[in-house]
Design a protein around this ligand. Structure first.
Ligand SMILES: NC(=O)c1ccc[n+]([C@@H]2O[C@H](COP(=O)([O-])OP(=O)(O)OC[C@H]3O[C@@H](n4cnc5c(N)ncnc54)[C@H](OP(=O)(O)O)[C@@H]3O)[C@@H](O)[C@H]2O)c1
Length: 332
């Protein structure tokens, strides 16, 4: 495994991290979840990402149990707050009340005294930014949270938060967690340039486009049984990529991966890691073999001619519009 700084902070994270969205507490049984976490640890992954909302709060519990007994200092545990965790008006968003209640519940479920990174899962248009940032700062002072970050925020929102933090002396955001893959490059135009200037690192999600970039979904064919595209909640999430144009072009990436002696999943993960603003690529997995496959992307260098071949193959199916980074106008 290789390690990078989380943005300009002193915290080191594994280049490849393991995340449990749609898997722990839902698509996969607890035994399989534990085997995936064990495979991640065996392969040198030290950074684990979850969220209060995943599997209706069950994912944090599964991860807490799977990591029990592992030396806490050897791990970086990340979680998030924003999406609903209960039926009430205050069970969501980034108010002082919800953040304070949610971190306490996350720490209980994860069986830890602190998380290494606490992330605002989206921008909350119904809470003053000062209220959110002051609350995050308080959690840092209380020792419940070591670093603060955001997820899917625009460059304008990140810039505004950094300005307030500097003016008020609050702890600064060190990271953003956006979707980023060969197929989804919307952070490149605005978020990455601002983040580079400000020392904010990207912890990117769905680097394999939820499994699509493994090449296992063939155009015009039924998805393989047990894959995310056949899962009750996963199929809606992956639907964006399940069209023949995307799937045909993805098949054309196979010779590029073959020439490099990489699997297609490894090529996809290596691709996001070529961007120096990326601190870590969060991979998901339903089986330990997937973790063992994906981690081999750490440290792989892709030359410019390879990057060009990839761009030529994918052409117009790549999404680059920065306006695609959006948080709900009102709380969900
Ligand atoms: N901040 C946010 O808003 C946000 C949103 C989404 C995700 N995330 C984070 O990012 C993490 C990763 O997201 P993701 O799960 O979509 O990432 P991903 O790595 O792009 O996709 C993971 C899925 O692809 C399939 N897969 C992975 N490796 C494979 C391999 N080698 N061969 C065949 N299939 C393989 C598996 O699904 P199947 O076996 O079921 O096909 C696996 O669950 C999440 O767990 C979460 O921590 C954050």
């Amino acid at each position: 495994m290789e390690f990078r700084h989380l943005g300009r902070s002193g915290l080191m994270v594994s280049e490849i991290s393991y995340g449990n969205w749609l898997t722990h507490g839902s698509q996969v049984e607890e035994d399989a979840a534990k085997l995936c976490v064990q495979a991640a640890l065996d392969e040198g992954i030290t950074t684990f990402d979850t969220a209060d909302v995943y599997a209706g709060t069950k994912a944090e519990e599964v991860l807490g149990r799977a990591l029990k007994g592992v030396r806490r200092e050897s791990l970086e545990i990340f979680t998030k707050v924003y999406w609903p965790t209960g039926p009430g008006k205050n069970d969501r968003g980034l108010s002082r009340k919800h953040i304070t209640e949610s971190i306490n519940a996350s720490l209980r479920r994860l069986q830890t005294d602190y998380v290494d990174l606490y992330q605002a899962h989206r921008f909350d248009n119904e809470t003053p930014l000062e209220e959110t940032l002051k609350t995050f700062d308080d959690l840092v002072r209380q020792g419940k949270v070591l670093y603060v970050g955001v997820s899917e925020w625009t460059a304008e929102q990140i810039g505004r938060a950094l300005k307030i933090a500097d003016e008020m002396g609050f702890d600064r955001i060190v990271s953003n967690q956006p979707q980023y893959s060969m197929l989804w490059r919307v952070i490149e135009a605005e978020v990455v340039p601002l983040s580079e200037r400000e020392g904010v690192g990207q912890i990117v999600w769905s680097p394999i486009a939820q499994g699509v970039l493994t090449g296992k979904y063939l155009p015009g064919r039924q998805p393989p049984q047990g894959s995310r595209a056949t899962d009750a909640s996963g199929s809606a999430m992956i639907a964006r990529y399940m069209n023949d144009d995307v799937l045909t072009r993805v098949q054309e990436l196979r010779p590029i991966a073959d020439d490099l002696g990489l699997t297609m999943a490894q090529l996809a993960v290596a691709w996001v890691l070529q961007n120096p603003n990326v601190s870590s690529a969060i991979v998901g997995a339903t089986r330990p073999e997937q973790v063992r496959d994906n981690v081999k992307a750490a440290g792989v260098k892709l030359e410019d001619d390879v990057l060009k071949r990839i761009d030529d193959v994918l052409g117009t199916v790549v999404e680059r519009d920065p306006a695609k980074t959006v948080s709900p106008a009102t709380r969900p």
